[in-house]
Design a protein around this ligand. Structure first.
Ligand SMILES: *[C@@H]1O[C@H](CO)[C@@H](O)[C@H](O)[C@H]1NC(C)=O
Ligand SMILES: *[C@@H]1O[C@H](CO)[C@@H](O)[C@H](O)[C@H]1NC(C)=O
Ligand SMILES: *[C@@H]1O[C@H](CO)[C@@H](O)[C@H](O)[C@H]1NC(C)=O
Ligand SMILES: *[C@@H]1O[C@H](CO)[C@@H](O)[C@H](O)[C@H]1NC(C)=O
Ligand SMILES: *[C@@H]1O[C@H](CO)[C@@H](O)[C@H](O)[C@H]1NC(C)=O
Ligand SMILES: *[C@@H]1O[C@H](CO)[C@@H](O)[C@H](O)[C@H]1NC(C)=O
Ligand SMILES: *[C@@H]1O[C@H](CO)[C@@H](O)[C@H](O)[C@H]1NC(C)=O
Ligand SMILES: *[C@@H]1O[C@H](CO)[C@@H](O)[C@H](O)[C@H]1NC(C)=O
Ligand SMILES: *[C@@H]1O[C@H](CO)[C@@H](O)[C@H](O)[C@H]1NC(C)=O
Ligand SMILES: *[C@@H]1O[C@H](CO)[C@@H](O)[C@H](O)[C@H]1NC(C)=O
Ligand SMILES: *[C@@H]1O[C@H](CO)[C@@H](O)[C@H](O)[C@H]1NC(C)=O
Ligand SMILES: *[C@@H]1O[C@H](CO)[C@@H](O)[C@H](O)[C@H]1NC(C)=O
Length: 826
């Protein structure tokens, strides 16, 4: 060692000892005794971030800040004394007597302080590997203060931008004045919650950019947010008035952040080479993104010249100004609406209608209602002040009763906006639409009358059924979402009596038996009015107790979707518990796998239709904003097919309703089906939407290959279907995975794409798996570039050779207190 050529060994040891004393083992911590003074720095334990003194380019002032240690372009993510710079390099960063983190100048004057209200003794500040600087007391784990709650201009992964609606307190980004001056600039960015949460950028106090409302997955007015690249955001409502917005990308191989720059633009930056920052996305890409660029009732399209035009049926308020390119005063309606004319005395001849605009960033200042799409439309038509509406399945109904402002036409993405216009403003196509609308309204009224009559009829039956309902409602005590809505829905659910069901199923005769479900036999019956039904009779010995039964009734009675099997009613009498469903002519999907004649029926188009249908059903379950439902037991035998081979998801005995803000849950009771369960659910009992995605992936691969995941053998070694598919992926021979019946050259590309999507769904880590909405976009080729799949779960697992012998023989086995029901078919 030539570092200390003239010292002997003992002197060297003393030196080392002093070195250790001074810096301790942790160089990521500051205490009262271990402060730093310019130009010292500390580094987070993983070496990702530095904390210390810096000067911005072209400036001699010194600031305390945090920056990336490993990226050569110095990038400051947080600044302490933004508004009070040090004039020369004699500052120190330390812990004051009252426990605050402080920046002091040469005269020991406090330039900046963490401003804790209660003083603490012996606190210390630590720089974490996330870039967060935290102040801790003597109890570790709880932070007295953290820089992530006082951000500068950079939005880091796992940082929470928040708004407390009750107190108005905000955690928000604030821009620098300019690249040489970190003091607080004109721009800020944060969450606003009026009716729906939105992200805003402000210039001073006026809005500069808005994201559009959050639909539980994305902000609907943000370009490209629907793509895989901008996935990973979450917006959480703590139910006490605070909304938190954060992101966590699963791809952590290089640093990513969002910066609100001095011009007010929000940039998503990443650095994949450790040298430079690149911008992948920015909030303000064109002039159209500036808030209210075209004024009221104007629409902005960056592809057009000029970019602003009035919405159809509207004209400039001030034509000269407008033609000069001053769009601020916007547009006004050309022909008054029918309801306005009516109020003026003249007779309103023809009904107003809606003009559909596609791929729109919808207007600001929306209202919100929980109405379904059709109701949304009719409600808007009924209210004279309603100017437009839009519907998003993740949000619900958004009517606008004020001016439409900040409307933009996208070239992809966006949602449909329906603008209300007088009849004469609608073109011929519109006329057809009006007729359709009128017919629909008549239809709605007609069904309304029918429902009314039906209800009256049911009211008469009520006395007889009242007792039964009481049992039902009593048992709902456990359902925490069991509010009035629940009860109302249950009230509407027809109750059959035992006699009725026995007579239509020929006293539950063997010849009427359709199959055997996990919890009991299913019988076919025909009601007096000719409707065919399937009756699931829960066996007394079955594991499905009252709890699962009630769960299924509660869950499914609230759902209506073309890809979900419909519950027609139920029956509880004494020991007997039954569920009555619509009858599905083609039974379940797994009967096709077993039946080589039926298999031929399923050509590629039909299979794709089934896959897509299941996806849509699942999307409805996951995304319906009021009720998020995780199915938990998606498998071939739970997919029923109607006459036209349309798939319908059934069997909601294990489904679990999530609050809108719950993302995953734990259960000590793992119930599911071997081969379809995601690893995190099977092993740790954690389930989320992504566990359904896993099951969907398995199902998809099974449908394409016509083989079961669990009873699949490769020539040399027993191996799961997932393992086989992965092997073939790596061997670049995906064709081997497809069922020979559908191997047609013209579909090959599409089929291989499907398998690719299937592999993305069964990836080991839940975070890597795409959400159902993305899966559907991928299947429909709306997303063209698919990421490469990582190795699926369970590829190494060897399947016991007798796995298929348990068919029709429900058996339970216990592994580590986890119960796994091995039901292979009905
Ligand atoms: C610093 O000053 C130089 C020369 O005036 C200029 O070219 C450069 O853009 C400035 N850098 C910044 C970050 O303002
Ligand atoms: C920094 O400036 C202060 C006065 O503002 C002075 O007292 C101090 O000596 C200066 N320190 C250095 C290192 O120049
Ligand atoms: C701390 O409190 C002082 C006095 O109330 C105030 O001037 C200063 O801006 C506060 N600092 C921070 C970082 O909030
Ligand atoms: C603060 O730390 C010092 C040295 O580590 C110790 O002597 C003292 O007792 C501590 N004070 C309290 C109140 O914990
Ligand atoms: C932490 O410090 C507080 C005083 O600030 C003291 O009351 C408490 O006992 C200390 N706790 C531990 C675990 O040292
Ligand atoms: C939000 O503000 C209310 C009212 O000031 C307060 O009671 C509540 O604790 C705050 N929530 C959070 C998370 O700070
Ligand atoms: C910030 O606002 C002031 C006036 O409020 C204005 O003069 C200045 O140009 C603005 N800066 C930027 C970057 O927009
Ligand atoms: C921000 O607002 C100020 C006036 O308040 C204006 O001068 C400036 O041009 C605005 N900046 C942008 C980027 O619109
Ligand atoms: C994930 O990282 C790899 C490089 O490590 C990159 O090629 C790929 O595009 C990234 N995927 C996403 C979704 O960012
Ligand atoms: C645009 O029109 C508005 C309203 O008439 C006026 O206040 C504003 O000065 C005009 N702006 C320009 C740039 O002419
Ligand atoms: C209603 O009538 C008044 C005068 O009779 C007219 O000024 C106004 O524009 C009319 N309103 C509409 C919406 O047609
Ligand atoms: C129409 O909508 C407005 C705004 O939501 C509301 O105040 C008004 O009561 C509604 N009118 C009718 C007739 O529903």
């Amino acid at each position: 060692m030539k570092l200390f050529p003239d010292t002997n060994l003992s002197a060297l040891l003393v030196l080392l000892y002093c070195f250790c004393l001074q810096f301790g083992s942790a160089t990521d911590t500051i205490t009262a005794a271990k402060f730093i003074s310019d130009p010292e720095t500390i580094t987070s334990s993983g070496g990702d971030f530095n904390l210390g003194f810096f000067s911005p380019p072209n400036s001699t002032f010194r600031y305390v800040g945090i920056w990336y240690a490993e990226i050569s372009v110095s990038t400051v993510i947080w600044v302490a004394n933004r508004n009070k710079p040090l004039k020369n390099s004699s500052g120190i960063l330390t812990i004051s007597e009252d426990g605050n983190l402080v920046v002091l100048d040469a005269q020991k004057k406090v330039l900046w302080s963490s401003n804790l209200t209660n003083s603490v003794v012996n606190s210390s500040a630590q720089l974490l590997d996330s870039g967060n600087l935290v102040l801790q007391g003597n109890t570790t784990g709880t932070f007295l203060w953290e820089s992530f709650q006082h951000p500068s201009d950079t939005f880091m992964e796992n940082m929470k931008i928040s708004t407390n609606v009750t107190s108005g307190k905000k955690v928000q980004l604030t821009s620098w004045k300019n690249p040489s001056d970190p003091s607080i600039g004109n721009f800020s960015a944060g969450i606003v919650v009026r009716n729906l949460p939105e992200f805003f950028i402000w210039n001073g106090s006026s809005t500069y950019w808005r994201s559009g409302p959050w639909n539980s997955l994305v902000f609907i007015g943000v370009r490209e947010m629907n793509s895989v690249y901008l996935n990973g955001f979450s917006l959480v409502d703590d139910q006490e008035g605070t909304f938190y917005f954060s992101y966590a990308f699963s791809n952590e191989s290089f640093p990513v952040n969002f910066v609100l720059n001095a011009q007010g633009n929000l940039l998503r930056k990443y650095s994949n080479d450790g040298k430079d920052w690149k911008v992948r996305w920015s909030a303000l890409e064109t002039e159209c993104d500036v808030y209210a660029k075209c004024g009221a009732f104007g629409s902005c399209n960056s592809q057009n010249s000029p970019i602003c035009s009035c919405l159809r049926g509207f004209e400039p308020k001030n034509t000269q100004e407008w033609n000069r390119g001053n769009w601020t005063s916007g547009c006004v309606r050309r022909t008054p609406l029918q309801c306005e004319r009516k109020n003026n005395g003249s007779d309103g001849s023809k009904k107003d209608g809606f003009l559909k605009l596609t791929m729109m960033k919808v207007s600001d200042l929306e209202d919100w209602s929980s109405a379904l799409e059709e109701q949304c439309r009719s409600q808007c038509l009924e209210n004279c002040s309603c100017n437009a509406y839009a519907y998003d399945s993740g949000i619900g109904c958004m009517p606008w009763t004020r001016s439409l402002i900040d409307v933009q036409k996208f070239s992809s993405g966006g949602i449909d906006l329906y603008v209300r216009l007088a009849y004469s403003e609608l073109d011929k196509e519109g006329n057809v639409k009006v007729i359709v609308i009128v017919t629909m309204i008549i239809g709605v009224i007609f069904t309304g009358i029918c429902i009314y009559l039906l209800r009256r009829w049911m009211a008469k039956q009520k006395a007889r059924k009242k007792k039964m309902k009481e049992i039902l409602l009593l048992n709902m005590g456990e359902d925490k979402h069991g509010d009035n809505v629940n009860q109302a829905k249950l009230e509407e659910l027809p109750i059959f009596n035992l006699q009725e069901l026995a007579s239509v199923t020929n006293s539950f005769h063997q010849s009427n038996k359709l199959g055997q479900g996990g919890f009991g036999p299913v019988y076919k019956g025909k009601l007096l009015d000719g409707q065919e039904i399937a009756v699931k009779r829960l066996s007394k010995a079955s594991g499905q107790g009252l709890e699962e039964f009630m769960n299924e009734v509660v869950v499914i009675s609230k759902l209506q979707h073309r890809n979900l099997v419909r519950l027609l009613g139920c029956c509880i009498e004494g020991e007997e518990k039954m569920l009555v469903y619509e009858y599905m002519a083609n039974k379940s999907l797994d009967t096709f796998v077993l039946d080589s004649v039926k298999q031929k029926l399923l050509d590629w188009r039909r299979r794709f239709n089934i896959i897509e249908g299941i996806g849509r059903g699942l999307l409805y379950l996951h995304r319906d904003s009021r009720l998020r439902i995780i199915h938990r037991d998606l498998k071939a035998s739970n997919i029923l097919l109607d006459e036209e081979l349309n798939p319908k998801i059934s069997d909601f005995g294990m489904a679990r309703i999530f609050g809108i803000n719950e993302d995953q849950a734990n259960t000590t009771r793992v119930i599911g089906t071997y081969g379809y369960m995601s690893p995190e659910y099977a092993m740790e009992g954690r389930f989320s939407e992504k566990s359904d995605v896993f099951s969907f992936g398995v199902l998809l691969l099974e449908i394409i290959s016509e083989r079961r995941n669990t009873s699949f053998y490769d020539d040399e070694q027993a191996m799961s279907l997932l393992g086989f598919a992965w092997k073939m992926w790596n061997a670049d021979n995906l064709v081997a995975v497809t069922d020979p019946i559908i191997r047609e050259p013209c579909f090959e590309k599409e089929i291989l794409r499907c398998i690719h999507v299937g592999l993305l769904c069964v990836q080991e880590f839940a975070n890597d798996r795409p959400s159902v909405s993305i899966v559907i976009s991928m299947l429909k080729s709306e997303i063209v570039d698919l990421p490469l799949p990582k190795q699926p779960a369970f590829t190494e697992r060897q399947i016991a050779p007798d796995a298929s012998s348990s068919q029709h023989n429900p058996s339970k086995c216990s592994v580590n207190n986890v119960t796994v029901t091995m039901v292979q078919g009905r």
